[in-house]
Design a binder for this molecule. Structure first.
Ligand SMILES: Cc1ncc(COP(=O)(O)O)c(C=O)c1O
Length: 361
C-alpha cells in the first residue's frame, strides 16, 4: 500500500519517518517490553520522554527561560477558555482581533468571562485580509490582546507580529506554529492544538511568560490553571502521553530537517509555487490579499463550481486527498503543513494544470 498526499487541515499528515519510528517502538519501547502508551506518566521512562520533548521544542523555537511550556489536554479550544481565566488577573476587558472563523470562536468564548473589545476586524472584507494596524482600536487597559496569526479556514496569515506595548500579546498559533522561526519573547502566551504541525490530536502546547501566571480566579477548574500545571510539569492529572511522545518525535524530526529556518524556507517555497499556479491559470482563484496569504492553508475555487465534485474525485484517484474546502467557504483547500513533502505540492500543481486544461475554456 502506498501513502497518499493528504491535504487535510487537521488532523494532518505526519512525517513518514516519525510514523515508522513510532511503529518500530510500538510494542517494545527501548527494550522496556512495553509500549510508551502503557507506561505510568510518573515513571522515569515517560518523564524522560516528556522532558526531552519540552527541551527539543525549546531548542527549536528558541524559547526564553522565563517561559513555561505546557502540554495540555482539551485542544486549542480549551485554551479559548483558559486564556481569559488565567490572563484577566483582576481586569475586566480584553482586546481581540477578528480575522476569521477561529478568531470568532475565541471571541465567543472570552465573552463569557469579560468585556471583549474587538479592536479590529476584517469581517467587512469577508476575511480576505488583515485589518490595517493604523485602524486598530487597542485599549491600553486591556488584560491582553488576542489574535490568530493564521486562520486555518480563510487562509489568511499575518506577516508581522503586532506591537501591543506593555499589554501581553496572545496568539492562537494552532495552524502556523513551527512553520518558521518566530520571536517568542514578543508574546505573553502562544498556544496551539497539535494536530497540524506538532503531532497527533489530543495535546495542546501552551508557551506562557511566567510573570503572567498564578492569578487564576480561584473558582476556575484546576486543570486550566497554567500555574498549577507548570508546577506539576503538565502532570496535574494524567497527560495525553502518546500524543506527547509523538510530538517529541516530530520535534526531533524537525531538528534533523535543519530546524525552523530551514522549514521556513521550504514552506515559503511550497506555498509560493501553489499560489503562482492559482494566479497563472484563470481557472483558479484565491480571494486573499497576496501579502496575507497563508503558507499553511491555501483555499482556492474553481471557475465553475459544478466541477468541484469531479476535481475531488479525480485528485483522490491520484492519491491527492482531502482537498475539499471548509463547508463554510466551499471550494478547495490544500493544507500544506511541515509534513507535506514538496513532491505532494508538485503533484497537486501538475493535477491542477491538467484539470484546468481539460475542463477550462
Ligand atoms: C486556528 C485554530 N484554532 C483553534 C482550533 C481548534 O483546535 P482544537 O480542535 O484542537 O480545539 C483550530 C482547529 O482546526 C484552528 O485551526
Amino acid at each position: 500500500m502506498s501513502r497518499v498526499f493528504n491535504f487535510s487541515a487537521g488532523p494532518a499528515m505526519l512525517p513518514e519517518a516519525v510514523l515508522k519510528q513510532a511503529a518500530d517502538e510500538m510494542l517494545d519501547w527501548h527494550g522496556s517490553g512495553s509500549s510508551i502508551m502503557e507506561m505510568s506518566h510518573r515513571g522515569k521512562e515517560f518523564v524522560s520522554v516528556a522532558a526531552e520533548a519540552e527541551q527539543d521544542l525549546r531548542d527549536l523555537m528558541n524559547i526564553p527561560d522565563n517561559y513555561k511550556v505546557l502540554f495540555l489536554q482539551g485542544g486549542a479550544t480549551a485554551q479559548f477558555t483558559a486564556v481569559p481565566m488565567n490572563l484577566l488577573r483582576g481586569k475586566t476587558t480584553a482586546d481581540y482581533i477578528n480575522t476569521g472563523a477561529w478568531s470568532k470562536k475565541a471571541i465567543a468564548e472570552a465573552k463569557r468571562f469579560c468585556d471583549v473589545n474587538v479592536a479590529a476586524s476584517s469581517e467587512a472584507q469577508n476575511f480576505s485580509t488583515v485589518p490595517d494596524v493604523s485602524e486598530w482600536n487597542l485599549n491600553p487597559d486591556a488584560a491582553y490582546v488576542h489574535y490568530t496569526p493564521n486562520e486555518t479556514i480563510g487562509g489568511v496569515e499575518f506577516d508581522f507580529i503586532p506591537d501591543t506595548g506593555d499589554v501581553p500579546l496572545v496568539a492562537d498559533m494552532s495552524s502556523t506554529i513551527l512553520s518558521r522561526p518566530i520571536d517568542v519573547s514578543r508574546f505573553g502566551v502562544i498556544y496551539a492544538g497539535a494536530q497540524k504541525n506538532i503531532g497527533p490530536a489530543g495535546v495542546a502546547v501552551v508557551i506562557v511568560r511566567d510573570d503572567l501566571i498564578g492569578e487564576l480566579d480561584p473558582r476556575s477548574p484546576g486543570a486550566y490553571d497554567y500555574a498549577k500545571q507548570a508546577d506539576a510539569d503538565s502532570m496535574l492529572n494524567t497527560p495525553p502521553t502518546y500524543s506527547w511522545y509523538l510530538a517529541g518525535l516530530v520535534f526531533k524530526w524537525l531538528k534533523a530537517q535543519g530546524g525552523l529556518e530551514k522549514m521556513g524556507e521550504i514552506n515559503r517555497a511550497k506555498a509560493a509555487k501553489l499560489y503562482s499556479v492559482i494566479d497563472e491559470l484563470d481557472f483558479y482563484a484565491n480571494p486573499v490579499e497576496p501579502r496575507y496569504r497563508s503558507w499553511m492553508n491555501v483555499p482556492f475555487t474553481l471557475a465553475n463550481d459544478e466541477l468541484d465534485k469531479l476535481f475531488l474525485e479525480e485528485s483522490a484517484k491520484l492519491g491527492l486527498t482531502t482537498l475539499k474546502g471548509h463547508r463554510s467557504v466551499g471550494g478547495m483547500r490544500a493544507s500544506i503543513y511541515n509534513a507535506m513533502p514538496a513532491e505532494g505540492v508538485d503533484a497537486l500543481i501538475q493535477f491542477m494544470r491538467d484539470f484546468a486544461q481539460k475542463h477550462g475554456e
